[in-house]
Design a protein around this ligand. Structure first.
Ligand code: FE
Ligand code: FE
Length: 195
């Protein structure tokens, strides 16, 4: 059943918008909607990743963010190619979820405390971002397949794999960085003097 609660708009392609309202009548429209969300999210990350690299104390973690920044730049380019296959101009739509994830993450970047604990906190923030991206790319990759956009499906799958690999790398780094014994020890030692 069609939902008619949203304001009317004129359209010739099914994707024209009035204000920020996009009527979701077709899978293609939803696909474009999600691509715009991702395009904005990736561009937000291009700005946030250097700050995360700078704030990380572990060299391995810094390098992971620097590498993922390069990958993220190619994620933006791949999305531009995906828009091209649709004859759509690459355009973003504010991704409030990514904005919130980055905001929460930046709270950790500005905290004082034990380097390893802060690195662990930065990893948590980064993994939340990767999981968001993994969910989004999994969906748009499937939409691309359903819509017969094979080239785009391949591009989106490549990005999805890089997001998963990054998540795995962060898992490994968390194990290396966070030595539970050391962290618990220093917590006990520093119990009386809050740092
Ligand atoms: Fe990405
Ligand atoms: Fe990512």
């Amino acid at each position: 059943m069609e939902r008619t609660g949203s304001p009317k708009f004129t359209t010739n392609s099914g994707t024209k918008r009035k204000g920020d309202i996009m009527k979701l009548n077709t899978l293609k429209t939803l696909y474009i909607n999600e691509l715009r969300d991702l395009y904005n999210a990736e561009n937000q990350l291009v700005k946030a990743l250097p700050k995360m690299a700078k704030a990380a104390s572990s060299q391995g973690l810094k390098q992971a963010f620097e590498k993922h920044l390069e990958q993220t730049e190619s994620h933006v380019e791949r999305l531009e190619q995906v828009f091209q296959e649709l004859d759509e101009k690459p355009k973003g739509k504010t991704c409030h979820a990514m904005k919130g994830l980055i905001e929460e993450g930046s709270e950790i970047l500005h905290k004082d405390g034990d380097e390893s604990v802060i690195d662990a906190g930065i990893i948590v923030a980064a993994q939340k971002v990767e999981h968001y991206e993994i969910a989004s790319y999994g969906s748009v990759r499937t939409f691309a397949q359903l819509l017969g956009k094979d080239r785009s499906a391949d591009l989106l799958q490549t990005t999805l794999e890089e997001e998963s690999e990054t998540n795995e790398l962060l898992n490994k780094l968390a194990e290396d960085i966070v030595n539970p014994e050391a962290l618990v020890e220093s917590e006990l030692v520093g119990a009386s003097s809050e740092r």
